[in-house]
Design a binder for this molecule. Structure first.
Ligand code: TYM
Length: 344
């Protein structure tokens, strides 16, 4: 293996984290922390691709950091920091702005969704967003990127950028001592488990998201136990009993979603959940799911609120993480600058 295995991932500090972020990404982050060198970022530069109130942004950065820690990421073991403190991200993103092609970015479905009908009014940053994401990963030459299913296309772009950079600068890369001409790895998406795409609790055809107007559509990592139970109780379902096999979930998006959530929270598979609950009505399944959510998420919400009482300590964690992140990224950026032909 030429590249040392290294994990990188991040979340935007725009509003509070929800069950989709937790099951789709964070549970895997926590797992990988046991076996890998991990770098987990609060991507504040990405957040400002859409206007953010400065004071709310500052609070959101702290709250996402508190959620990372409360959910089980250990700031001693993993590197936790906010993106804007490490200038390598913005520097490499600029270089990638000059490597990636307009046509590639034009195909990004998330830009199309976020920009909406009036694309002319979207920020340039929103368009170039995936180049910054590629820079996040490649500034550390990270090899594994645990994310939810919605980030798949962005990761394919990161792979394309890595490949094009390696190709565009092949001679300089070889001259710098990388004989196989590969300076950047092809980062692997890690999109695994029963909940890679958690859907809205109100509409099984829409992704659970921070931007959905109805708060009943999602469970936030800071919701108290009563609210969690209420949201599960009100979750949309269909009138049928649960099937005994996973095939029976097809065409039943709400049932599929709730079974996936149950499986992810218990670290099992949908088939295991159906082995227990197949043939039972939602009136029996929902209370069990609510209890499980409360058991797993209640302590996280409590810990977030405890940590938020000491913002100076959170800021200290971020500064420490940024120092450690910089120590990895700096020598890589030095090499990138040499390869591109800059003088330093
Ligand atoms: P963001 O902030 O939208 O989401 C953070 C993580 O949560 C996952 N996720 C979901 N997973 C399952 N079901 C859902 N409903 C759901 N909603 C969100 C996302 O897939 C993501 O893993 N562009 C990224 C942040 C980013 C990044 C990076 C990620 C910036 N640089 C480098 C990896 C590597 C984003 O907006 O995620």
């Amino acid at each position: 293996m030429k590249f040392q295995e290294r994990v990188f991932s991040g979340m935007q500090p725009t509003g509070t984290l929800h069950l989709g972020n937790y099951l789709g990404a964070m549970l895997k982050w926590i797992d990988l922390q046991k076996t890998h060198e991990c770098i987990y970022c609060v991507v504040d530069l990405h957040a400002i691709t859409v206007w953010q109130d400065p004071e709310e942004l500052r609070q959101a950065i702290r709250q996402v950091t508190a959620s990372y820690i409360a959910a089980g990421l250990d700031p001693q073991k993993s590197i936790l920091f906010n993106q804007s403190q490490v200038s390598a991200h913005a520097e490499l993103a600029w270089i990638f702005n000059c490597v990636a092609r307009l046509g590639w970015l034009g195909r990004m479905t998330q830009f199309k969704d976020k920009a909406g009908k009036d694309r002319e009014k979207a920020s340039v940053g929103l368009y170039a967003y995936p180049n910054l994401m590629a820079a996040d990963i490649l500034a550390y030459r990270a090899t594994h990127v645990p994310v939810g299913d919605d980030q798949k296309q962005h990761l394919e772009l990161a792979r394309d950028i890595a490949q094009k950079f390696n190709g565009d600068f092949a001679a300089a890369i070889k001259a710098a001592g990388h004989e196989d001409g590969e300076f950047f790895p092809q980062p692997e998406p890690v999109i695994t488990g029963p909940a890679t795409r958690v859907m809205s609790l109100r509409d099984g055809s829409r992704k659970m998201s921070k931007s959905e107007p109805s708060d009943l559509s999602r469970i936030n990592l800071i919701d108290d136990v009563d609210l969690i139970a209420k949201k599960i109780k009100k979750a949309k379902t269909d009138p049928e009993a649960l099937p005994s096999e996973t095939d029976g979930l097809s065409g039943r998006p709400e049932a599929d979603n709730l079974v996936g959530i149950y499986a992810a929270l218990t670290g099992t598979a949908k088939a295991d959940v159906l082995a227990d609950f197949g043939g039972r009505q939602f009136s029996a399944f929902k209370p069990a799911l609510a209890e499980l959510c409360v058991e797993k998420l209640g302590p996280i919400a409590q810990e977030v609120s405890r940590l938020m009482n000491d913002p100076a300590e959170i800021d200290r964690v971020l500064v420490d993480g940024a120092n450690r992140a910089r120590a990895i990224a700096s020598p890589i950026m030095d090499e990138v600058k040499d390869i591109v032909g800059f003088i330093r």
